[in-house]
Each structure stands twice: as structure tokens, then as C-alpha cells.
Design a protein around this ligand. Structure first.
Ligand code: SN0
Ligand code: CP
Length: 317
């Protein structure tokens, strides 16, 4: 595998899942594979799970790890070509990227959508410059339009907990005080559409996601109807995508906050969220603390998804 940015890059999902479950039985079985190989993790945005689980995954494979928070300690970076750099940014991304590539074998990049320019976000301008100029395999640690390490962990988790071959999985929008990226819902939808699950997306009108990610998923504007008979509830906030509303908050309606009211019409569904989660905005305390909440095992599986991905990237060196 050369890069890991989307579901297509992992190849056959069944074999990827089999590899994940094998690694889960013995996560140190490939500890020699990464000897004297260096992972560089580059964060343009905050992180807890991705930062810790990916570093742990690298250690499972015997790798060295360098972590760089671009906005803490590195030079402020100019990302646009043609800009006269007489302002606050001493370094251009087009020098910094190949330089960083000199010091490592594999690079992970976190660079959220900025909501300043929809085309630049959806063309993955930052991530693609790393792919083009670093000279190294690149994997996404959440970019502007996808979060594949999270989605792979989500799929592992559903496969572990499902009680039927084709579970009903419902991704629901929920309110949030800030405009959040579409990367997590886009990516979750992309991975769910690659399975044969019964997949439903529910959100208020105006929050339609890019059709390239929605695919053949059923979209239901009535949240209670969507939740009926569900086996898994995947909650997430996202800002509007369509038209001039790109990056905007259209609703903070807390009727969409996942509570026991909605969970009552499911088939005793498991509750999932990628975390961090704003309690009593996205989900009530009672639901996220209930026995049906699997947000912690879901987060634990981030180590497994990252170990599989790093293993395949090292094998491709
Ligand atoms: C894995 C999720 C990362 C990110 N989450 C946030 O930025 C949450 C920030 C907040 O709640 O203020 C997102 O929604 O894409
Ligand atoms: N789910 C996830 O990626 O968490 P962090 O943003 O804390 O890495």
C-alpha cells in the first residue's frame, strides 16, 4: 500500500478485517517489521486518540516516532503558491514538506477542512501536497474530507459487536456549538457503503453531505423514523456542505441530541461516536454511560486500525 487516504486504499475489506483481528490477538507479532523505520506524525490540528493510538501502533511494529505540531514550535507555514512572503509566515509548505520527508520513512498528516475555500478543502490541497512533494508514503490522520483510520476502527468495532449478518447502522447528525468538518461522516459513509450493511443517514434538511460519500445510503429527515429497529447508532455533528452554506451552522436543535427517547425505538442499539464528544449536545450523559455505549472499545480499536495500516505501508517500502 503506497498511501492510505480512503477506503479504496485498504483493498478488500474482509482481508483487512481478518488482518485486524489477527493483530488484535497479538499486536506485537510484527515488532521486527518496523526496526530502524521512522514514522513522522504531523498535526495541523489538535488530537488525543489519533496522536496516542498511532504512536502506540508504531511502537507495536518497532518503529521510531517523531511528532510535530505545526502550530507549536515549527515556523508558521505559507500554503499558497504565488504569495509574496513578507508577512508572518517565514516558511513555505513546499520547502517544509520535502525537508520533513528527509527525516522519516512514513508520514501521517492531520489537516482539517478550513472552510475558507470549499474547492481547496474537497481537493485535499494540503494532504495532496504531502503526497506529491514528500517522497514518502502518506496516510491521513483526518484530512479535509475523510478520516479513514477512524472509519476502519469503526468497522472493526461493528464487526465485533454485530448480532446479525446485515445490521442496521444509522449515522445521525446532532447539534454542536461550532462548525465541525464533514470528514468523519463522509468517511464513515464511504466505509459503510463498502459493506452490505443496511445503512441510513439522518439529519435536518440543509445538512446533506457530498453525494460522492452518501452513495446509495438512505437519507431520512425524520430522526425517530431512522432510528426504528437500528442495531448501531453512530452520532456526529457536521457543518453544512451544500452551496453557500458550506461551513455554516444551520441548526442547534437539541431535539436531535441522542437521548433515551430515540434509543428506545432502536433494537437495543449500540451507541458509537468517534470522540471527543460534547455531552448533552451530541448525546445525553445517560446514553453515553449506558451498557449499550461502545465508544471506549471503539476508541481502543484505533490502535488496531493504525497497526494494520502502518504494517501495510512498511511492507510497501
Ligand atoms: C475526530 C473528530 C475531530 C473533529 N472534532 C472536533 O474538532 C471537535 C472540536 C470541538 O468539539 O470543539 C471533527 O469533528 O472532525
Ligand atoms: N477520533 C479521533 O480521531 O480523536 P482525536 O481527534 O482525539 O484524535
Amino acid at each position: 500500500m503506497r498511501n492510505f487516504t480512503c477506503v479504496q486504499d485498504i483493498g478488500n475489506l474482509r482481508s483487512a478485517l481478518n488482518e485486524a483481528f489477527e493483530i488484535k490477538k497479538d499486536r506485537f507479532k510484527n515488532v521486527e517489521l518496523g526496526r530502524n523505520k521512522t514514522l513522522m506524525m504531523i498535526f495541523f490540528n489538535s488530537s488525543l486518540r489519533t496522536r496516542l493510538s498511532t504512536q502506540k501502533a508504531a511502537m507495536n511494529l518497532g518503529m521510531n516516532v517523531i511528532v510535530l505540531d505545526i502550530n507549536q514550535g515549527a515556523w508558521k507555514l505559507e500554503t499558497e503558491r504565488g504569495v509574496i512572503m513578507d508577512g508572518e509566515k517565514p516558511e513555505h509548505l513546499l520547502e517544509a514538506i520535502p525537508v520533513m520527508g528527509c527525516y522519516c520513512d512514513v508520514i501521517g498528516v492531520r489537516s482539517f477542512a478550513r472552510f475558507e475555500n470549499k474547492e481547496e478543502d474537497y481537493n485535499e490541497m494540503i494532504l495532496n501536497q504531502f503526497i506529491r512533494y514528500s517522497g514518502r508514503p502518506i496516510f491521513s490522520m483526518e484530512a479535509a474530507t475523510r478520516h479513514p483510520l477512524q472509519s476502519f476502527a469503526d468497522l472493526i468495532t461493528i464487526e465485533e459487536y454485530k448480532k446479525k449478518a446485515r445490521p442496521k447502522v444509522v449515522m445521525t447528525w446532532a447539534p454542536h456549538p461550532r462548525p465541525l468538518p464533514q470528514a468523519v461522516p463522509n468517511s464513515f459513509a464511504e466505509w459503510m457503503n463498502a459493506t452490505d450493511y443496511d445503512f441510513v443517514i439522518t439529519h435536518p434538511e440543509g445538512y446533506e453531505l457530498d453525494p460522492q460519500f452518501v452513495g446509495n445510503a438512505r437519507v431520512e429527515y425524520d430522526q425517530m423514523k431512522a432510528f426504528e429497529g437500528a442495531d448501531f447508532i453512530y452520532a456526529k455533528n457536521w457543518a453544512a456542505y451544500t452551496g453557500d452554506n458550506y461551513g455554516r451552522i444551520l441548526s442547534k436543535d437539541r431535539e436531535w441530541t441522542v437521548s433515551e427517547r430515540q434509543m428506545a425505538v432502536t433494537d437495543n442499539a449500540y451507541f458509537m461516536h468517534c470522540l471527543p464528544v460534547r455531552r448533552n449536545m451530541i448525546v445525553t450523559d445517560d446514553v453515553i454511560e449506558s451498557p449499550q455505549s461502545i465508544v471506549i472499545p471503539e476508541a481502543a480499536n484505533r490502535e488496531i486500525s493504525a497497526t494494520v495500516v502502518l504494517k501495510r505501508l512498511i511492507e510497501g517500502l
